[in-house]
Design a protein around this ligand. Structure first.
Ligand SMILES: *Cc1c(COP(=O)(O)O)cnc(C)c1O
Length: 436
């Protein structure tokens, strides 16, 4: 597999290089130099394949031999180890539940594939790898669970003390083993700055092999294209155009959908569903891209004012506004609309959406008003219980914690409290890596 940089089409790197580097030196984003169309009979006969078989076929098709078949099979088996069921709300409306993984959000797919592919290439060296992650909550949980027990790889998570939810904190601090949590007496921005400084510290980089698990890593996008095919496979009929509604923040999930379409999945349209942070819907409507600071909403994993994958979306459409508009329709909804939609759907169908999925649901209902009949697949990006405090309040009753989250509440938190000072991080890392 070869990838170029969105800032320089002349750059050519392998998947392995893009995986460990994360970002090209020119600050662009890595893009596959080809997204070849999958064989038509594969797409026509998706229902004959398991989710893992679908994932394997797509990964094999994209990686083009960079990881041999038997190793890739083992990677997929570990990475795609939970289902993505399609739930029917009515005959034209389906929910794709992406929350059946360990951290109960779709980010598990990306984090696990990334962990497994890193572990595969890391076998070639005898030096341990240290993944540094700053998190405001969600990403850290997925990365921690994704890399847990991966041989030769350690994960060090920096999170702002008192600024992640109690449940999120447990996801970061109770795994132990190769996952360590640094509880920083500061803000998320402090955590991010500390991680950045560590990557620039020559001293530290000589002492230990460092890498990131950044959300813009191409290894997190590739597996997200798998479940668009898996969703398609589960549709009960195929005689209406199919649209995917994607609750979006950094637009990685939606970009993975665009890649699935390039590889031959016959999607009619994608809906870019956002909260009040609506720079992409605005661009789709006006042709003007105006990134700006984010505003806080109840779907806070989508509170992004300058979506990092916008450069990839532009790249896929040769920066042509009309071409992008033909494939993607943009929508934005307020917190009040989101709450109303959650309540109304629970009342009508007994189905509880989380605030992110609810934005996707609203986008599909709005889209339906303006077009001939279509089938909609709404990506439900997290389990509602992940946001238990907010969500219980919205529904007016406590919501049950699934077993996976319930188990966490009894587990003992283990973290290392540090001041938001670089020397504290460095000293700890140096000590931690000794004798490993
Ligand atoms: C990260 C996240 C999103 C946004 O996904 P992007 O790929 O950044 O657009 C939506 N919902 C949930 C629950 C998330 O954790």
């Amino acid at each position: 597999m070869h990838l170029y940089s969105t800032n320089n089409p002349g750059v050519r790197v392998t998947f392995q290089e893009a995986l460990f580097k994360g970002l090209p030196a020119d600050k662009g984003l890595y893009m596959p130099s080809a997204l070849p169309v999958l064989p038509e009979d594969f797409i026509q006969r998706l229902e004959k394949y398991s989710f893992q078989e679908i994932a394997f076929r797509i990964a094999e098709h994209l990686l083009m031999g960079e990881i041999p078949g038997n190793a890739l099979e083992a990677i997929i088996e570990q990475a795609v180890s939970f289902p993505a069921p399609l739930v029917e709300l009515d005959s034209n409306t389906f929910i794709l539940e992406l929350f059946h993984g360990p951290s109960m959000a779709f980010k598990d797919f990306g984090a696990r594939f990334m962990a497994q592919t890193m572990a595969y290439f890391n076998k070639e060296t005898d030096r341990d790898l240290y993944i540094l992650v700053a998190t405001s909550g969600d990403t850290g949980g997925a990365v921690a669970a994704g890399f847990h027990n991966t041989p030769g790889i350690h994960v060090v998570i920096l999170y702002p003390s008192g600024k992640v939810s109690p449940l999120q904190e447990k996801q970061l601090t109770t795994l132990g083993g190769n996952v360590a949590a640094l509880e920083v007496m500061g803000t998320f921005d402090d955590c991010q700055a500390l991680v950045k400084q560590a990557f620039l510290d020559e001293d530290l980089n000589t002492a230990m092999r460092l890498s990131s698990a950044n959300s813009i890593n191409i290894a997190r996008l590739i597996p997200q294209s798998f479940y668009y095919f898996e969703a398609w496979k589960q549709l009960p009929y195929y005689d209406l155009p199919v649209v995917f509604s994607v609750p979006s923040g950094n637009f990685g999930n939606l970009t993975a959908g665009l890649m699935a379409k390039k590889m031959g999945l016959p999607v009619s349209r994608f809906l870019a569903a956002t909260n009040a942070n609506k720079v992409v819907p605005e661009y789709l409507e006006t042709g003007k891209y105006n990134p700006r600071p984010s505003v806080r909403t109840i779907s806070n994993a989508m509170d992004v004012g300058a979506p990092s994958n916008f450069a990839r979306m532009q790249d896929l459409y040769g920066s042509t506004w009309n071409a992008m508009r033909a494939d993607i329709a943009g929508f934005s909804f307020s917190d009040e609309q989101t709450r109303d939609a959650m309540q109304a759907l629970e009342k009508k169908n007994g189905y509880m959406l989380d605030p992110h999925g609810a934005v996707g649901f609203l986008a599909f209902r709005e889209y339906q008003k303006h077009v001939e009949p279509v089938q909609g697949i709404i990506l439900e990006t997290a389990h509602p219980a992940k946001f238990r405090e907010d969500v219980s309040q919205i529904f007016g009753h406590e919501i049950d914690l699934p077993l996976r989250l319930l188990e966490l509440t009894d587990k003992q938190k283990i973290s290392v409290v540090i001041p938001p000072v670089y020397s504290a991080v460095k000293d700890w890392l140096m000590e931690y890596s000794k004798g490993r």
